[in-house]
Each structure stands twice: as structure tokens, then as C-alpha cells.
Design a protein around this ligand. Structure first.
Ligand SMILES: [Zn+2]
Length: 264
């Protein structure tokens, strides 16, 4: 397995990398103390739980979930949602002080749900991400496009729809690592209940079997914060984390994903 982070003198480490190293150390310590955390062998498949479209009131469930399960997650926040109310601002402060949670940039406006029109103007996309950065002061370089499964890592890229290509290249040029996802965790439109643990684990095994992940051995899972509004989903999430660990998977923050862009 390759190193997730390059070896550089400490004095030359950029801020986001220091945050990643500190997070790694903290998580290792925290997991060592937790009876719930199971040590995974070095060649384990790594799962990255990511949550899009927060912060909404239900996002607060991530606080207890991550702490009690000692599970690292990555969240992609939308500025206009985070700053929407006193409640969402309070949850923002709570979650950004949680060492299990890594926050990335999901744009300020989320394209106002008009994706094709949004990506038609790549310069405006960059401005929107910078507005989000200025508003929420992310300490990482992680980004995810709204409505597009697009990847920009150090040496590799992938697009789903072509209209996001130029915007994604612009974000990469501006220093962002743009993450898509390998598998979306479905939830029902009627009551926001997450797909069952067994169904998700079955689909994860299919992704592995048919080599469908962007990086072999690393699976980025996409969840959406609205699913957290159903209490059953929280139980399902807990069961998934425990059952996946029992099956030999391990969980990591996207800061630990291999081959990321390095900003000198
Ligand atoms: Zn989104």
C-alpha cells in the first residue's frame, strides 16, 4: 500500500496536511481506547463515509454517531445551508470541533439546483467555491461538485457528465482535490430511510468484485444529510459501521485517501 501522505520536512508541510496528520494521530489514539473500534490489517479495503448537502438540523446526529462509533467521516458542506439559521450555525461549530469529522467544500449555492446552467460558467463556479471557502474557512483542500460525480486527483481524473469538466479542472488548478464517489447509499424519497446494511454491503462487494472503484481497495460512499432525519437511518448507520468492521473493512477520512494533489 502506498503512503497516503508524502514525506516532507515538517516545516514545509502545508496547513491542510498538518491537519490530516494530527487527525490521523488523534484517531489512532481514540480508536485504541474504544471497545467499538476493531484494528484492521494493512491490506483491508478502506471505506470513506461522506455526507453531502449539510448543514441541516438533522446533521447534528453525526456528532454522537461519530463519537460513539469512533468512526471518521467526511462532510461536504453548502455555505448557504450552514449559515441559514442559528441552529445550523450552532451545529456547524459543534461538528467542526469534532476530530472524527473532516469538512470539505460543496459550493456556496449548490448551483441553486440548476446544475447545467451553473457549470456553463466555470469562472462563476470557482467564485462560488471561493465564497464558500471565505464563509466557512475550511482547513482542507477537499471539494465535491454539486450534482456531478467528478474526480480530480494528482494524476487521474474522471467525469460523469461532460458539462462539469472545465469547472473541475479550474478547481484543481486552484488547489482543490475534487472527489466524486464510488457508491451512493440510497434512501427513500418518502421517509428518508437509508437502504439496509445487507443491501449496501452486497453492493460494496460487487464494486470490489467488478473493479468499479476509482482507486482499487478504496471505496468512497456517498450519503446525504437528509437521510439523517429518519431515526431508523441512524440505527442503520451504526449497524453498518459495526458490521463492516467485523467484515474486515476499515473507515478513514478522505484526507487519508491515496495520491492526492500536493500543494507546495
Ligand atoms: Zn450535493
Amino acid at each position: 500500500m502506498k503512503h497516503c501522505l508524502p514525506l516532507l520536512p515538517a516545516t514545509r508541510l502545508p496547513q491542510w496536511m498538518l491537519v490530516g496528520l494530527l487527525l490521523t494521530a488523534h484517531l489512532a489514539q481514540a480508536q485504541g481506547k474504544s471497545p467499538l473500534a476493531v484494528a484492521a490489517p494493512e491490506d483491508s479495503v478502506t471505506l470513506y463515509l461522506t455526507f453531502d448537502d449539510g448543514i441541516i438540523p438533522a446533521s447534528e446526529m453525526l456528532q454522537t454517531l461519530t463519537m460513539e462509533e469512533a468512526a471518521p467521516i467526511t462532510v461536504f458542506w453548502i455555505g448557504k445551508f450552514v449559515l441559514h439559521s442559528d441552529t445550523t450555525r450552532r451545529i456547524w461549530r459543534l461538528l467542526e470541533n469534532n476530530a472524527y469529522i473532516t469538512a470539505g467544500n460543496h459550493s456556496y449555492s449548490h448551483a441553486n439546483s440548476h446544475y447545467h446552467q451553473f457549470f456553463h460558467d466555470p469562472q462563476q463556479v470557482l467564485v462560488d467555491f471561493r465564497t464558500n471557502q471565505d464563509s466557512l474557512q475550511f482547513v482542507t483542500h477537499l471539494a465535491r461538485l454539486p450534482g456531478r460525480n467528478t474526480w480530480r486527483l494528482a494524476a487521474r481524473k474522471r467525469d460523469d457528465l461532460p458539462d462539469g469538466k472545465v469547472a473541475a479542472d479550474s478547481l484543481a488548478m486552484a488547489g482543490y482535490t475534487v472527489f466524486g464517489w464510488d457508491l451512493e447509499w440510497n434512501y427513500t424519497a418518502t421517509n428518508n430511510q437509508l437502504e439496509s446494511v445487507d443491501d449496501l454491503l452486497f453492493r460494496i462487494k460487487q464494486v470490489l468484485q467488478y473493479h468499479r472503484c476509482f482507486t482499487p481497495g478504496h471505496i468512497v460512499l456517498l450519503c446525504h444529510d437528509p437521510a439523517l432525519s429518519n431515526p431508523v437511518s441512524i440505527t442503520v448507520l451504526r449497524q453498518f459501521i459495526r458490521k463492516a468492521r467485523q467484515a474486515g473493512f476499515r473507515f478513514r477520512s478522505l484526507m487519508q485517501y491515496p495520491d492526492q494533489r500536493v500543494i507546495p
